[in-house]
Write a protein that binds this ligand. Structure first.
Ligand code: PMP
Length: 282
């Protein structure tokens, strides 16, 4: 079966899909992206991801080349062509193609739009969540605007690779003050001894996770108290539970941080309940 990618208005065989070498996404990481999870053929938290897409583009002063309805049409067509019912949709928009020069191109440029899909094995992810995962901590070496979802991901890539080499699923990044910002591709959470959910406040230091926002809503509806504040690795290690959230990992319990067990070393009941609540048909 031929897989397709969408590139600037055309559906191309994935194996041959290309953009120009002077695309500013390639040259400068002058591009943003968005990821939607797809379950049973439906986009999860679609509105939140579209809203963040608009915000990322506005922050970089890239004019949105399409309407939301336009993106939705392409997404539906790509999922259909690639026969994806469970997986993800990846969208990247760069400032476009221009002669290499750091400042924005002076004339009008057409933003580059690329969309791909990927099948994901939700059953394998569920088995991972049932077992719980390990994380390691590392210094956060990223730039100061982590709230913009840019493709400037090299520190995240290096951190994730270090985690994998250490046998961990994720790296928790730690700021200069010793506080956890977030994971390399997930938001970080703990549950305190008295059952309060803690996750870092949304400022410029972390990506404003769409799953994070949804879990706050779900948790509040279930009667949990939420504190949006930073916490240290030591506080997380001695917390009752820890977990991470993202569009593709949903809610995943963390059972070890830097080789120290969290709580009783097994997935916690709060994280497990929130994962089920998030995955319930709404
Ligand atoms: N933080 C970072 C650095 C991420 O890359 C992601 C995944 N995009 C998240 C948090 C989680 O965000 P979301 O729930 O919107 O997937």
């Amino acid at each position: 079966m031929t897989r397709f990618a969408y590139v600037n208005g055309r559906y191309q065989p994935h194996a041959d899909a290309m953009i120009h070498i002077e695309d500013r996404g390639f040259q400068f990481a002058d591009a943003i992206y968005e990821v939607w999870s797809v379950r049973a053929g439906e986009l999860m938290d679609a509105d939140g991801h579209f809203a963040r897409l608009d915000r990322s583009l506005r922050e970089l002063r890239i004019t949105n080349p399409k309407t939301e309805a336009g993106y939705r049409l392409v997404i539906a067509e790509l999922l259909r062509r690639n026969r994806v019912r469970d997986g993800l949709v990846y969208l990247q928009i760069s400032r476009g193609r221009a002669r290499r020069d750091h400042a924005f191109p002076s004339g009008p440029v057409r933003p580059t739009v690329v969309m791909t899909t990927k099948r994901l094995d939700h059953a394998a992810a569920q088995r991972r969540a049932d077992a719980g995962v390990a994380v390691i901590s590392l210094p956060d070496q990223r730039w100061a605007r982590r709230d913009i979802k840019t493709v400037n991901l090299l520190p995240n890539v290096l951190a994730k690779q270090a985690a994998h080499e250490a046998g961990a699923a994720e790296a928790w990044l730690v700021d200069a003050g010793g506080q956890v910002t977030e994971g390399a591709s997930t938001n970080a959470w703990i549950v305190t001894a008295d059952g309060v959910l803690v996750t870092r406040q949304t400022d410029h230091d972390i990506l404003h996770g769409i799953t994070r926002a949804r879990i706050i809503q779900r948790a509040q509806a279930l009667g949990y108290t939420i504190e949006e504040r930073a916490f240290t690795v030591a506080e997380a290690q001695s917390a009752r539970e820890a977990f991470m959230t993202s569009a593709t990992s949903f809610v995943t319990p963390i059972i070890r941080i830097d080789n120290r067990p969290v709580g009783n070393g097994a997935p916690g009941s709060v994280a497990t309940a929130l994962r089920s609540a998030y995955l319930e048909p709404i």
